[in-house]
Ligand binder design. Structure first.
Ligand SMILES: [Zn+2]
Length: 117
């Protein structure tokens, strides 16, 4: 659709206050969109490793922040475990705790060995 250059955009005549109001509306819209996203299925799981009663998952996540251009983040390791029948989770980081990593790497090695034969 061709635009006439002479017609100024109504946005150019906005006062500081109106711009601020628009910004707030924009922020609210982002929030709603992100809340929708948050209720969507769990983030992608790239790897999983149980260690005792804890399950470690290597996941990419959405931070839920408005204007974030780097989503999804990670992948990072998260620990999942049951507590009083409820699933709890905790952010672990880029690397697994040493013991869990050993178990994980052993299993990975075993998998590779298996594939060879
Ligand atoms: Zn993000």
């Amino acid at each position: 659709m061709p635009r006439k250059k002479k017609t100024p955009s109504p946005l150019t005549n906005l006062s500081e206050k109106e711009i601020e109001q628009l910004r707030q509306i924009d922020e609210r819209l982002h929030k709603v969109v992100n809340e929708r996203r948050a209720s969507m299925p769990r983030p992608a799981v790239h790897a999983e490793q149980s260690f005792g009663s804890i399950t470690f998952r290597y996941e990419t996540v959405r931070c839920g922040k408005a204007n974030c251009t780097r989503c999804p983040h990670g992948p990072y390791w998260y620990a999942y475990w049951k507590e009083n029948g409820r699933t709890r989770s905790r952010y672990v980081g880029r690397v697994l705790p040493e013991k869990a990593r050993q178990v994980y790497e052993e299993k990975q090695r075993a998998k590779l060995e298996k594939n060879k034969t």
